[in-house]
Design a protein around this ligand. Sequence first.
Ligand code: HEC
Length: 157
Amino acid sequence: MRFYVPIVFGCLFLGVAAVGPTDALAHGDVTPQAVDTHTLPPLGEEMRSENPYRGLAEAVKVGVSAYTQNCARCHGIEAVSGGMSPDLREMDTECLDQKDEVKKKACFKEVDDFFMSITMKGKVRNGVEKMPSFKGTFNQEAVWAIKTYLDTRRPGN
Ligand code: HEC
């Protein structure tokens, strides 16, 4: 019986932590954290295939906080990857090198679309969850805000 007591208390504690203020516990937390996007222009339900917030300062601000709470533990503090997960600053390096403006635009759009897709779906490989799905926690505003922040972290910026 004695051995069950700490387990019960442990579960109670986790239960309280899950519904209580989570900011202080967010670091290393595996639960996706909701993002407050009310300061951003609303985008509605229909998914965009291209980041409508590119360069928007408020999106960078929302994105920093959303990234830090949800992505940094795997993709690295300030998006500098420790090597365990892909370095998200490098995602559109190929596009930046593209000389043809039309192709360059198409390249950014393709990266945006891929970014949205993997962030919402997550990644399972060989039955192991490598990255959680953020669908149900994030709206598209949150995802585009993170992408806008990551644009500011490109090498050379
Ligand atoms: C539990 C760790 C973990 C968390 C948390 C996580 N990711 Fe990932 N992410 C990964 C791993 C591992 C991969 C590589 C998956 C694979 O094997 O293809 C990945 C891949 C990606 C890719 C594809 C990169 C590329 O160049 O192919 C994007 C984009 C991405 N993650 C965005 C995010 C965003 C945005 C967040 C936060 C909202 C996030 N991830 C949170 C682990 C994580």
